[in-house]
Design a protein around this ligand. Structure first.
Ligand SMILES: Nc1ncnc2c1ncn2[C@@H]1O[C@H](COP(=O)(O)OP(=O)(O)OP(=O)(O)O)[C@@H](O)[C@H]1O
Ligand SMILES: [Mg+2]
Length: 364
């Protein structure tokens, strides 16, 4: 029996889902890939980036014109500024995923010697070239959680990819998609080694485009909720659907979390002979806020940052004029998904609106 997923990427066999490939402009992405472009896909936390990228990988591999590899480089985050450690972690991840794609043995079986012979500043580039050599069709590399990397490791990864760019498509990935919360262009990366701040734009000046994955549409929220009715026969009242939309403004994780709480946790909601009502949705919202699930906790983390507070506090007090908040800070808060700049500057949705002041009160 399927359910509303609130932990990690969706899998349409197990979870109610909006088919991930319909959530972005697939023809546009395929065009960029055809043009051998390197580009960025970014969106706030838990909005479906990984689900979309995994679906894209499978689509490309199934279609057959490309071989697509997906890696998540989050494991290299703890290396911080230690480039050697970071690159080794990424190489082992790359070896692991390429085992599935290429026939045994993995082309990166000897990654330790690749690292020894080429050093930390070149080993990743060499490994990627090696994969392209054995690939029967142009390689598309999807790198997820790129902005979990810090300092010199991030700089090194970006530069090694940039250095191979001119060798594509034969000896380097034909396309690279960098996936993260922020647009790479806006990174200010503190280099311990060079003792200066390197901007993402300068370390990776080959980026062709930045695509942003949005929230669900109102229609998608509705479709997702009605998946539950299709599966179980339980009615979800129109007013309840409307409340989910209004409370979450269609933020994908919030929609799932609210619906899961209402349909799978609250006693009256579990009884499939009773409809899901607006008041059940309101109760679900209260419970979510009380529990401060991981997603909401991540907000708390962001609110510790001075530049985020510079934007949020004036919005909450209603005193600040948007024109005196630094524009960079507004973009940052918007990339994080905390605020929306559409129309009036405001907090993204009523659930954040309710929880943010509480977090700020606890932490002062
Ligand atoms: N296509 C979809 N259909 C239904 N729900 C979805 C879909 N995509 C994402 N979600 C919801 O968003 C949550 C997060 O999905 P996913 O892990 O793909 O996002 P992400 O942006 O990669 O998150 P993170 O920032 O944590 O890496 C899922 O657990 C689910 O609640
Ligand atoms: Mg993800």
């Amino acid at each position: 029996m399927r359910f509303f997923n609130t932990a990690g990427p969706v899998n349409c066999q197990d979870h109610y889902c909006i088919p991930p490939l319909t959530r972005f402009n697939l023809p546009e992405i395929l065009m960029l890939i055809k043009q051998k472009k390197y580009f960025v896909l970014h969106a706030p936390r838990q909005s479906g980036k990984t689900s979309c990228m995994l679906a894209l990988r499978d689509y490309l591999n199934h279609e057959g014109r490309y071989q697509a590899l997906y890696i998540n480089v989050e494991i290299a985050q703890t290396a911080r500024n230690n480039v050697g450690r970071g690159i080794k972690a990424i190489l082992s991840q790359l070896a692991h995923v390429s085992e599935n794609l290429f026939s045994d043995p993995s082309p990166l079986e000897n990654r330790a010697s690749i690292f020894e012979e080429n050093g930390e500043d070149a080993a990743l580039g060499v490994a990627l070239s090696l994969l392209c050599r054995v690939s029967t069709s142009p390689l598309v590399l999807i790198i997820d959680e790129i902005d979990s990397l810090i300092g010199d490791v991030l700089i090194s990864v970006l530069r090694q990819i940039r250095a191979g760019y001119t060798k594509r498509p034969k000896l380097f990935p034909s396309s690279v998609i960098l996936c993260g919360v922020r647009d790479i262009h806006d990174y200010r990366i503190h280099s311990e080694i060079e003792k200066e701040v390197i901007t993402g734009g300068s370390a990776f000046n080959i980026k062709a485009e930045s695509l942003r994955l949005g929230n669900f549409t109102k229609e998608e929220t509705r479709t997702l909720l009605l998946e539950h009715t299709k599966e179980t026969g339980q009615e979800i009242e129109e007013e309840a659907i409307k409340s989910v939309h209004l409370l979450t403004m269609d933020q994908p994780w919030l929609v799932n979390a609210l619906a899961y709480e209402a349909c799978f946790k609250i006693e009256d909601g579990i009884d499939r002979s009773l409809p899901i009502t607006q008041s059940l949705v309101m109760e679900a919202k209260e419970r979510l806020i009380q529990r401060r699930e991981t997603h909401l906790d991540q907000l708390a983390d962001k609110l510790k940052e001075e530049r985020v507070r510079r934007v949020i506090e004036p919005i909450l007090s209603g005193e600040g004029k948007p024109e005196i908040i630094p524009e960079d800070d507004i973009w940052y808060a918007e990339d994080l998904g905390l605020i929306t700049t559409k129309g009036q500057l405001r907090i993204s949705n009523p659930i954040y609106q309710e929880i943010i002041p509480r977090i700020l009160t606890y932490s002062t």
